[in-house]
Design a protein around this ligand. Structure first.
Ligand code: PLP
Length: 356
């Protein structure tokens, strides 16, 4: 079976974890500090703050910008639920804006008509590793004085016009094992804003700046030294991983061109967290069961848009046609750096058997 993803962990990660175990300093400490410094320098931002996962990164970023009850936050309905749930967790309201069918990301042209007096922030998602058009997003944000929190959970190293995502607004990354780099569970927030960074540091650590003194009610969203030690090694390998993902994607796009399957939007800054294709809704099951028979794993990201989830029943009546159509037509194939050249070719040949 060719799997959808697998973390690539080597001797370096093993050694780094052992070193932490031998030090006895398992929780937050020097490794976390170094990982933050290295991640900030990689992105070219002033501050990087490590968290327990990508969801808590988004949660803390919202708190860092003072977003809460009564506020509206504009985002996409076509993402993992963790894009929206932190908005609800801080008691703000997610306002969904439909996607651009070409990019699967929020359509910047549809944002302005959803802005109200209560709108405080936009959370664009660089879905599947495809950078959102941040030029348009930042223009809108400036015009209406809105905060931008980038959900870059799937987009480590992705660039818009040569600039790393996560450095336009406040960036949130995830290091879950299926992501482009991993720490097991883990997350990171990037920002150039000193005040926001200070608030986030406090909020992820029990509202405390001085030990056992708490100026507000916070959380424990801290990363461990064990996770950070893995993350530091993974960050060193990220560029190699990205090159391999892009090579795999390029191969697929070249060889699937001219079939009945639509290949992803071309973009030099794309880091292909997922390689996501679309096919007519009637045909998708045929393609997926054929690939399963051939021993090739596939996944549907995402079969149900967020506004259609039971958890968001107050939004269930809303209609976002492009998100809903994408949910019926998309499927993703293995693109991770662990697949071989033969597997890549086998995947293309297998798809072509059902999608001439
Ligand atoms: C993975 C992911 C998250 C959440 O990250 P976790 O580390 O799993 O909490 C948020 N948004 C998107 C788009 C994701 O893919």
């Amino acid at each position: 079976m060719i799997q959808m993803g697998k973390p690539l962990l080597g001797e370096e990660e093993k050694k780094a974890v052992l070193k932490v175990l031998e030090s006895g300093m398992l929780a937050q400490g020097d490794e976390v500090r170094l990982f933050e410094e290295e991640f900030a320098s990689f992105l070219g931002v002033k501050h990087a703050i490590a968290t327990s996962n990508g969801t808590t990164a988004l949660h803390a970023a919202l708190l860092g910008h003072g977003i809460g009850e009564g506020d509206e936050v504009i985002t996409t309905p076509f993402s993992f639920i963790a894009t929206a749930s932190p908005i609800s967790a801080v008691r703000a309201t997610p306002v969904f804006v439909d996607i651009d069918p070409e990019t699967f990301c929020i359509n910047p042209d549809s944002i302005e008509s959803s802005i109200t007096d209560r709108t405080k922030a936009i959370i664009p998602v660089h879905l599947f590793g495809k950078p959102v058009d941040m030029t348009s997003i930042m223009e809108i944000a400036q015009k209406y004085n809105l905060v931008v929190i980038e959900d870059a959970a799937q987009a480590h190293g992705a660039q818009h016009n040569g600039v790393y995502v996560g450095s336009f607004g406040t960036g949130c990354f995830s290091f879950y094992p299926t992501k482009n780099m991993t720490t097991g569970e883990g997350g990171m927030i990037s920002t150039n804003n000193d005040q926001v960074a200070a608030t986030i540091r406090k909020m992820i650590n029990h509202g405390s700046e001085k030990k056992y003194h708490h100026s507000c009610i916070g959380h424990n969203f801290r990363m461990t030294n064990i996770a950070a030690a893995i993350g530091r090694e993974q960050l060193r390998k990220l560029e190699r991983f990205t090159i391999q993902r892009r090579k795999n994607a390029q191969f697929f796009s070249t060889h699937l061109h001219g079939t009945t399957i639509t290949t992803p939007h071309e973009d030099k800054g794309h880091v292909f967290h997922q390689y996501t294709l679309r096919v007519s809704a009637e045909k998708r099951n045929i393609v997926l069961s054929h690939l399963k028979e051939k021993g090739i794993a596939t996944s549907i990201f995402y079969p149900l848009p967020i506004h259609k989830q039971k958890a968001y029943n107050i939004h269930n009546h809303l209609y976002y046609p492009e998100a809903e159509r994408a949910a019926k037509e998309v499927f993703s194939i293995p693109v991770h750096p662990g697949i071989t050249e033969q597997e890549r070719k086998y995947i293309v040949d297998s798809i072509k058997e059902v999608a001439k």
